[in-house]
Design a protein. Structure first.
Length: 166
């Protein structure tokens, strides 16, 4: 904690990577980009997107942080599989069977999220179920899902809490 009463996160290393697979809504992606910049997390975007990277909503939600962020852009799911080789991955889904707060996160972990409209693509979902487990945020039974930006925020801060022993 700083002498001003708020926490200052270390800026040397990226503690986590946040992956958005086929994001649809530019404002959510911009908000997540802003979160990643503020928490020093790496942002990885997997094409196709439901918007252009020059979209005004994306830029507005990300404020002027885009130039500080340098997100990794992957062309497709196969490129994501290559990029993620030998990394510790956590796939978040409304259909997960483990609560996000019960996971023991470590530095360099990767949090993977699907699109707003359809979640994780079937190919990724099957691969994740075979090799990993799906994790979720608790919600009431009749809720379909939580906004992806909110899910990313809750998950990132839980992981950082554990990594930095807050």
């Amino acid at each position: 904690m700083s002498d001003q009463g708020f926490f200052i996160l270390p800026s040397e290393n990226k503690p986590l990577s946040v992956v958005l697979i086929e994001p649809d809504i530019p404002q959510n992606t911009g908000n997540i980009a802003r979160l990643c910049m503020a928490t020093n997390c790496e942002l990885v975007l997997v094409r196709p997107f439901g918007f252009r990277l020059t979209d005004a909503g994306l830029q507005r939600a990300g404020m002027d942080y885009w130039k500080l962020l340098n997100p990794v852009i992957l062309n497709d799911i196969d490129e994501f599989f290559e990029w993620s080789n030998n990394k510790r991955l956590f796939f978040l889904s409304a259909h997960g069977n483990k609560c996000y707060s019960t996971i023991e996160y470590k530095e360099n972990d990767v949090l993977v999220f699907g699109s707003e409209s359809s979640g994780l693509p079937l190919k990724v979902l099957k691969w994740a179920q075979e090799h990993y487990s799906l994790i979720t945020l608790p919600m009431v039974q009749n809720a379909r899902c939580i906004n992806v930006s909110s899910s990313v925020s809750a998950s990132v801060y839980e992981a950082l809490k554990q990594i930095y022993n807050w």
